[in-house]
Design a protein around this ligand. Structure first.
Ligand SMILES: [Zn+2]
Length: 346
């Protein structure tokens, strides 16, 4: 990779101001450059801020002669990228391995565990030698107010810590799940009972399923099919990704009735197609697992809404609409009210 390192070195140097470049030289000399990981196309470094343990992540792409730094400076170059490439160039000149020139520092990892009340979360500092629980704040360890393993944390680790607030370890409280997951999505070293997982802030919601029932249909609220395991504190495992469980946007009555299922007989099909399903589709994912519903309407919400006019007109309610009144009493108000209307109780 030596020619690629040389070429990237000159590209970074010409992108940096003299001041940025000389700060990069200082950072490299001061041993502030740590190797995070080497990928096939990129090498990621962490540059420790002055005296602290919070680092900037710098990614170098030697094959593309490109780089990336999280410092948000508008200029193309910065002292962090300079420090990383200077360290790498020196190692390459000495024939040194990068793991020697830029020693891998400990990094913050996140360990979820299954527990009776849901998922617990613990932070650790993980190094080549193993891992150690992190029980105080990053700032406290960095300022040496409390003893702890040495590490270089990233901005994402700080953001997670802020989202956790005073929570240090144990069961992750449900109200924190969404906020913490939004920050954890930017972290990489996450495990669930020893297996690597990722975290997504995208909530996973239950779905409404329409299925055959006798000569009619049943509309029922079921778990999202992508969920492989649910935990009591509002977290779901979907394959290898942890996601918050979202609250379905249903009315109180729907939340009460739909988990048991609501039946629509042959004479209720028009209402199911023109009111109930379009209303539900605006609020929750709907899964149709029957071939007996009129197909074009069942699978195309836009068309379903367009079809609405026809049965209403045939019922003589077109006149009412001309007078700018709701065509039918149960269509009034929010979309939620129509789905909550009477058919299911028959
Ligand atoms: Zn930078």
């Amino acid at each position: 990779m030596a020619p690629a390192v040389d070429s990237l070195f000159f590209a970074v140097r010409s992108a940096c101001s003299t001041a940025q470049w000389s700060r990069g030289v200082e950072l490299s000399r001061a041993g502030a450059v740590f190797l995070d990981r080497e990928g096939e196309e990129e090498v990621i470094f962490r540059i420790a801020a002055r005296g602290g343990m919070i680092g900037r992540a710098v990614t170098l792409y030697p094959a593309d002669n490109d780089w990336d730094c999280g410092c948000d400076r508008p200029e193309a170059g910065c002292e962090h990228v300079a420090a990383a490439i200077i360290t790498w160039k020196r190692a390459s000149e000495k024939g040194q391995d990068l793991t020697v020139a830029a020693q891998p520092a400990g990094r913050v990892g996140y360990r979820f565990r299954r527990d009776a009340g849901g998922l617990t979360l613990e932070r650790v500092v993980s190094t080549a030698e193993g891992q150690q629980a992190l029980e105080s704040t990053l700032a406290a360890v960095a300022s040496k107010r409390v003893s702890g393993p040495s590490f270089v944390a990233g901005q994402a680790d700080l953001a997670v810590e802020l989202a956790l607030g005073t929570h240090r370890r144990g069961l992750l409280p449900r109200p924190l799940v969404g906020k913490v997951f939004a920050r954890l999505a930017h972290c990489t070293d996450i495990e669930l009972d020893g297996a690597a997982v990722s975290v997504s802030p995208e909530p996973v919601e239950p779905v409404v399923r329409v299925e055959d029932q006798g000569d009619g249909f049943r509309v029922r609220l079921v778990a999202n099919p992508s969920v492989t395991e649910s935990f009591a504190n509002g977290v779901a495992l979907c394959g290898r990704t942890l996601r918050p469980v979202g609250e379905p946007k249903l009315t109180g009555r729907e939340l009460h009735e739909l988990p048991r299922g609501r039946r629509y007989g042959p004479s209720d099909v028009a209402e199911l197609m023109t009111e109930v399903l379009p209303s539900l589709r605006r609020r929750v994912p709907v899964e149709v697992v029957t071939d007996n519903l009129p197909e074009t309407v069942a699978e195309n919400p836009a068309r379903a809404d367009r079809v609405v006019a026809e049965p209403r007109d045939t019922l003589g309610s077109g006149y009412a609409r001309l007078r700018r009144s709701p065509p039918r009493a149960r269509g009034r108000g929010t979309s939620g009210s129509s789905a909550g209307a009477g058919a299911g109780t028959r």
